[in-house]
Each structure stands twice: as C-alpha cells, then as structure tokens.
Design a protein around this ligand. Structure first.
Ligand SMILES: Nc1ncnc2c1ncn2[C@@H]1O[C@H](COP(=O)(O)OP(=O)(O)OP(=O)(O)O)[C@@H](O)[C@H]1O
Length: 588
C-alpha cells in the first residue's frame, strides 16, 4: 500500500478538498432526519405557516447541498483515482519494458498482463471507493449514533444492540466471500488466456479442423468460471437478505419500544420517525464499511502484486570496463548458459567474426541457435564465458547503446496495424532513402510497388493481409533500415523461395557489406556462402568452419547437406538440385 500512497501524493490537495466537500455533504445527510423530527414535534404543533415554510425551506436547502456536494466530491474522487492509476499504470508499463527476459520468464507474460490490467483496475476502484466512503461511512455511522443518543438514549440502545449481529454477519460472509472472489479472478485469468490463444491461433485451428476441440476446451474453462462465480455469488447473496432481516427486526423493535415510550409520554412521534431514518442511514454506513473492507483487501492484494514488479531490481547491470584492442567485431569465448539454471541450453560456444563477415548457424530444432542470439543481444546474461563486441564486454555497454547496434528479425516477429512505411521505420524517423533502400534490398520493393497505395498501404494487425514471404521481406527491411552494425536473421528466409532468398543475400553483400551478419537457417543454401558456419547439436558445437571445411570435417553437416542438396551438394560447393543450381549461380 505504501506504493499507492506514493502515487496518491501529488493529488493529495485535490483529494483533501474532495473529502472535505464529502464531509459537508454527509453532515447535511445527517441533519435531514433531525430537521424532520424537529418539524413534526416542535414546529407543526405551533401551526405557524411561516415557520413551517422556513423549516421546510431549510430541509430543501440541506437536501440540495447534500446532493450537489456528493456529486462534486464523487467526481473529484474519480478524477484522483483515474490520475493516480494512470501514473501507476504508466510506471508499471515502463518497468515491465525494462525487465530482463529472465525476469519476464519468471513472472510470466499473462501474470504481467493481469497486473497491468485487472490489478490496476482494482487499485482504481479502491482509491475511488475510499474517497467516496472512507469519510462518509464513518461519519454517518458515528454521527447517526450520536444524534440518536441525543434524541432518545433508550431507543439508541435498541439500535446499538442490533449492530453487533449485523457486524458479525457481514464480517463472516465477507471473510468467506473474499477468497472466493480471488479464486474467481484466477479463473477469469485462465479464461482470458484461452481466449487469447484461440483468437491468435484462429487460422491454424480452422486449418486443422480443431474448432470443435477448442470449443470444448473453452467450454471447460467457461464452466469453471461459472462454478466459481456461483460459489462466490451464493455466499455473498446471503449478505443482503441477512442485512434486511436484521434491519427489519431492528426497525420493528424500535417501533414497538418507541410506541410504548410515546404512550408513556417519554418520547415523541417525530423522534420515532427520525429514528427510522437514522437506523437506515447507520445500517447503510455499516454495509459501506464492509464493502470498503472487501475492496481494500482486493486492492491491497493488487497493490502488493504491482509493488513486487515495481521493486524488482534491474538485473542486467552495466559495469564499465576497458575496451580491448582486437581485430574482431563479435567474439564468443567459451560461452555457456542455462535458462532454468539446471542443464545448460548452450555450452562452451566460441567463435569470432570480423566486421562485415557472415556467420551461418545450423542445427536441429531446440539446439540453442536463437539462445545464442539472445545472449549476443544481452536479453540474458551468459552463465560462463565472455561475449564481446568490438573488444567491449557486453555488460560494459549501456543497454540503449547496445540495442542500437542490432538489426534483427526474430522468428514469428510481428507487424503492426499501420502503413508499410511506418512498419519499416518503426518510430525511428529514418530518412526515406534508407527505408526505400532497405525495402529494395529485402526484395520487398516489387510487391510494395504493385500495391495501389505503395508504402502507404495499411496492414492489418500482425500483417494478416500479407503473405508469409511478404511479411518476412518487410521484417528484413525493418531490420536493415536502421543501418545496424550487426544483422541477425533468425530463420527469416524460411518463407522466401530459393530465388528471392539468394537475391536477398546478394543484395546484403553489395549494399550492406560492412554489416556483420548472423543467419540462422534450416536450409544449407541460405548459409552456404557464409564466411563461417557453426553446426550445433544439443547446445554444443559440432562443427565450425566454411562450407567446404565442414563437408570434410563434420559428419552431421555432410548428412544435412546431402539430404538437402543431393550427392553433389555433399561432395562439392556447387548445388545439387536445379533450383539451387539456379540460385547459387545468382549469388556466386
Ligand atoms: N525462455 C525460455 N525458458 C526456458 N527454456 C527455454 C526458453 N527459450 C528456449 N528455451 C529452451 O532452450 C533450448 C534452446 O532453444 P532455442 O530457442 O535457442 O532453440 P533453436 O535452436 O533456436 O530452435 P528452433 O530452430 O526451433 O528455433 C530449447 O530446449 C528450449 O526449450
């Protein structure tokens, strides 16, 4: 909660003003039954029309003031709640964007999402409610009891006797109900996750005729949410009827005892009527206080979840170090890394690339190719070994500087619902010539020019109105447009035909010759001409060298080569199949 108070601080003056207005409004609400009782018992018997009109006007005035101040205070409360939550959400979002990948893995993306959405929403509700009821409810409760005491202490005793029953009922129900609501929230999270998976995977679900299976899966989580909702609802549904029972019981007791007291001349009818109003006010105040407790416990649980993220220390620290003199641009020196700090996912990897050289990485699925690139971009810190860029250890390069060095196309990278131009520019305000050059080199120009609105063509979210190959070309263009020092293409030519793939590599060599390039590929033809090729298996280096070297020294590489390019591919540099022969001609 400390964190929430910190974010409330700038709005304290407005909050204080709002709460003071609320205070005045609540006093007016308390005053009304008292004026009514005074009128009935003291003013009406005098039969003075002028006096009756005067007190009537006072009642109208008090009602108007109560309504206006309440509206005003509620609006101020919601303004404060909105702005506090806005800055909290803003800071939480920027903190999440600075978390390292291992910290994100630890929290999990759905959990971070719900902290950013439902948890901040709970804080919003809590701050709003605390301002609306935090002062009003106690004033109505205590003020109501005090006024009734001055009106008739015996009747107040009847009223006060019912309060512990009400308090006990509300407390017990809430104590049972709150955990059920927390449980319900978890169920909703899981339902949202299923819906998200479903919507984003709608094409594959349709293509594989999995619609019925997914419908059943959704029905399962949906039914679970309904079950939890029912359980929570059934428990909380006891609350209002029980309240009414106690309220009506209390009112009956007040009327019976009051009738006896009026008959014996110990009290007056107006006071009984006022009592009935105060009784309802006090009871409502009790219920509001309970609701506040429920909201407070939800809000404080959410505040703790948000504070946990906000207080997470930055784990990828920058420690300045001397730059080593070296002729290499990218160096991996005996690098090992494990995601879960158990078994290594990559082990003892070493290679060196000069500026402008190309490294191809090949290996089976899950052998650690992308992991090596994550380490190079310092998305994770290596557990052992050293990675250097131009003689500087990665942890000595400030993150903002480090990330400007890379142009990268990840697997399943995304395009946004914006124009083609903006998708390539990516908010970097690059010169138009750079964007066009990158699009040309990425072999995207042909299809862009065939569109009626060219670069201004709007993409749908995730670029679903483009083909797989067109998307990959735009992603490569985006990676190139920033003129990176190091270009990483992680399986980014899988949707390109052989010819386009070879034209892309040719253009890269001609137009971006100084860029050190790392190509992760499943196709030998994509890395055939790389200066170095790293063959990986289970996170370990199986071979390293040029295509020709590896054909001689690495059995696995020879096998992959033979299976993809035929006998000729395994025995010589030239391609095996006619298509590959064609593409190799172009790139040679
Ligand atoms: N965030 C992560 N948390 C835990 N384990 C991970 C994570 N990312 C990858 N792994 C594991 O690390 C290993 C290497 O994964 P990596 O993505 O580097 O493989 P890859 O060679 O790029 O595979 P592919 O060719 O399928 O893309 C795999 O066993 C994978 O399950």
């Amino acid at each position: 909660m400390k964190k929430v108070f910190y974010y409330l601080k700038p709005y304290l003056p407005r909050m204080t003003l709002g709460v003071s207005i609320k205070f005045a409004g609540s006093l007016m609400d308390l005053l009304l039954p008292w004026i009514l009782s005074y009128m009935i018992d003291e003013v009406v018997p005098k039969r003075d029309v002028g006096l009756i009109a005067l007190w009537g006007a006072a009642m109208v005035l008090a009602s108007v003031v109560a309504v206006v101040t309440n509206i005003l205070a509620n609006r101020m409360a919601s303004w404060v709640a909105q702005h506090t939550t806005e800055s909290l959400r803003h800071d939480l979002f920027s903190k999440i964007s600075y978390l390292s990948c291992s910290q994100i893995d630890e929290y999990s993306i759905p959990s971070l999402e719900s902290r950013l959405t439902s948890d901040t929403y709970n804080i919003h509700q809590m701050i709003g409610m605390m301002q609306r009821l935090g002062i009003r409810a106690p004033i109505l409760l205590l003020g109501g009891i005090l006024i009734t005491l001055t009106l008739d202490p015996v009747l107040t005793l009847v009223l006060v006797c019912t309060l512990p029953f009400i308090g006990f009922a509300v407390f017990t129900i809430s104590r049972k109900g709150i955990p059920l609501y927390v449980d319900l929230q978890r169920g909703v999270d899981s339902m949202v996750r299923t819906v998200r998976e479903n919507i984003s995977g709608i094409r594959v679900i349709k293509a594989l005729s999995k619609t019925e299976y997914e419908k059943e899966r959704f029905a399962g989580v949906n039914a679970e949410v309904v079950r939890r909702e029912k359980k929570a609802g059934m428990t909380m549904a006891l609350s209002n009827p029980l309240m009414n029972l106690f309220l009506n019981g209390g009112l009956t007791a007040v009327i019976i005892v009051g009738a006896f007291r009026v008959n014996s001349g110990l009290t007056q009818a107006g006071k009984i009527i006022a009592f009935l109003s105060y009784f309802t006010i006090i009871l409502n105040a009790m219920m509001s206080i309970t609701r506040m407790f429920v909201m407070y416990s939800r809000g404080s649980a959410s505040a703790a979840r948000i504070a946990e993220v906000l207080d997470t220390p930055i784990d990828l620290k920058v420690s300045p170090a001397e730059q080593e003199k070296t002729s290499y641009h990218v160096e991996f020196d005996h690098v090992s890394f494990s995601y879960r700090k158990k078994e290594y996912n990559v082990q003892d990897i070493s290679f060196r690339l000069k500026r402008g050289e190309t490294l191809g990485i090949i290996g089976a699925t899950g052998c650690g190719k992308s992991t090596l690139m994550s380490l190079l971009m310092r998305l994770y810190d290596a557990d052992r070994g050293v990675i250097q860029i131009a003689g500087r250890k990665l942890d000595s390069i400030p993150t903002e500087e480090l990330h400007t060095k890379f142009g990268v196309v990840f697997q399943n990278d995304v395009l946004f619902a914006d124009t083609i131009y903006e998708n390539i520019d990516f908010g970097r305000h690059l010169p138009r010539e750079e964007i066009e050059k990158a699009a040309r080199c990425a072999q995207a120009m042909e299809f862009i020019s065939s569109l009626p609105d060219g670069f201004s063509h709007m993409l749908t979210p995730k670029g679903t109105n483009l083909s797989g190959g067109q998307k990959q070309r735009l992603l490569v263009a985006r990676a190139l447009a920033g003129r990176p020092e190091i270009l990483i293409l992680d399986d980014s030519s899988s949707a390109l035909d052989y010819k386009t793939d070879s034209l892309l590599r040719q253009a890269l060599r001609q137009e971006y010759s100084g860029v050190t390039t790392i190509i992760i590929a499943q196709r030998i033809s994509s890395i055939l001409h790389a200066d170095h090729i790293l063959v990986l298996e289970d996170g370990r280096e199986l071979g390293y060298g040029s295509h020709e070297d590896l054909l001689k020294t690495c059995e696995i590489y020879r096998e992959i080569s033979r299976s993809q390019m035929g006998e000729r591919g395994a025995g010589q540099t030239g391609p095996g199949t006619p298509v590959e022969a064609e593409c190799c001609k172009e790139v040679s």
